[in-house]
Design a protein around this ligand. Structure first.
Ligand code: NAD
Ligand code: MG
Length: 376
């Protein structure tokens, strides 16, 4: 029996994960549930799963006295001696501390929180080495790559090809994209996800985060990681090996399989609840180049990854802040890329290295974005 802590249980990935776990009660027990502010849903989940550890990070109003409160509860949940697997489904840099703590305590981290690797990739690697923990990706592209790699190492790989749906603005002119509304940006063509990642999918910042995530997960250089647009979201990514052979992993766009695989890896479990793939129903699969001029966040983010140091942290912090301002109706869609670019211009040279340095860079990036748009 594997005991799982689900961090961010009330979100899109968290609720999907609990649906998957409910079909595998013979193999998994839920030991901890944490949420940010949705006390009502957390209480429902607590009643269904009766985990010994429950935490609500924020939110006012009365909660059961047994519940933990405050951000420190995330690290407590991630390091419980009874926990074997930490499913990190928190959104944003707020997930980093729990990832580091879980790896340091020797846990498997089923990682949906890609921001952990973008903000603190080198520290995440070091924590895993030190504590004996391992990261298994939940992100569908990285799950696909892991499945294609099998037992092969980075030395056998020529390149990775990460697929992108292209988002809701795939065919829009660059000018029209810049003026897109919140409602436009939240209409993702193939995936149903939380609001932040849905906006990231519209700007393609999400693909930049995924390129950086792949760099750290698979130990490949940025020249070896390509992005291609694949509007149907059936091919979840591809690996080209040194002899030119290309393997891809296919499936309907559902996070249930990558979540299950992050828990079962390297094994595979029966699961009739995972939507079956039908090649004929899938029909035509098409691929096209990314229109980088219309989606500047992709190149900005990959350049930040290449620059290293605190640059990816700056990219992420600026993006989180700009997306929050966009969702609050305070800046235009095009302002997201502008804010990210301004923060990178000013702070990309900041040092990484320590957690303190990275949080400093994160704060500087957020400040620069708010200042630029008069939102201090
Ligand atoms: P979401 O907004 O639906 O859920 C986020 C969860 O994290 C919620 O339970 C919320 O309570 C919690 N949370 C938010 N802020 C927090 C904070 N400051 N401290 C503690 N908990 C906090 O987001 P999501 O779509 O489920 O995405 C979660 C993560 O998974 C993101 O990193 C995203 O990039 C990644 N991801 C999501 C999908 C998807 O299909 N939704 C696919 C791939 C990767
Ligand atoms: Mg993804």
């Amino acid at each position: 029996m594997q005991r799982v802590a689900v961090l961010g249980s009330t979100g899109s990935i968290g609720t999907t994960a609990l649906r998957v776990l409910a079909r595998h009660r013979d193999r998994f027990a839920v030991q901890a549930l944490t949420a940010h502010g949705n006390a009502v849903l957390l209480a429902e989940q607590a009643a269904a799963w009766k985990p010994p550890f429950i935490a609500l990070v924020e939110g006012d109003g009365a909660v059961p006295s047994a519940w933990r409160r405050g951000a420190g509860a995330l690290v407590d949940a991630a390091t419980l001696p009874e926990v074997d697997v930490v499913l990190n489904a928190i959104v944003g840099a707020a997930g980093l501390d729990a990832t580091l703590a879980a790896l340091g305590a020797g846990k498997r981290v089923a990682l949906a929180n890609k921001e952990s690797l973008v903000v603190g990739g080198a520290l995440v690697e070091a924590a895993a080495r030190r504590g004996g923990g391992e990261v298994v990706p939940v992100d569908s592209e990285h799950s696909a790559i892991l499945q294609c790699l099998g037992t092969r190492s980075a030395a056998d790989v020529r390149k990775l090809v990460i697929t992108a749906s292209g988002g809701p603005f795939r065919e829009w002119s660059a000018e029209r994209v810049r003026a897109a509304t919140v409602q436009d940006a939240l209409q993702h063509p193939t995936w149903s996800m939380g609001r932040k990642i849905t906006v990231d999918s519209a700007t393609l910042a999400n693909k930049a985060l995924e390129v950086i995530e792949a760099h750290f997960l698979f130990g490949l250089g940025y020249d070896q990681i390509d992005v291609v647009v694949h509007p149907q979201s059936i091919v979840h990514s591809m690996v080209e090996f040194r002899d030119g052979s290309v393997l891809a992993q296919l499936g309907v766009p559902s996070m249930e399989l990558p979540i299950l695989y992050a828990l079962s890896h390297p094994e595979r479990f029966d699961d009739a609840g995972i939507p079956a793939f039908d090649a004929v129903a899938a029909g035509r699969l098409t691929f096209e180049a990314v229109r980088r001029e219309a989606f500047p966040c992709l190149s900005l983010g990959v350049a930040a990854g290449r620059a290293g140091g605190a640059a990816p942290t700056v990219f992420n912090g600026a993006n989180e802040e700009a997306v929050a301002l966009f969702l609050a109706g305070r800046i235009a869609f095009g302002g997201i890329a502008e804010g990210v670019e301004a923060a990178l211009e000013r702070h990309a040279g900041l040092a990484g290295g320590t957690l303190e340095a990275l949080w400093h860079a994160d704060a500087q990036a957020r400040h620069t974005v708010r200042e630029r748009f008069g939102c201090l």
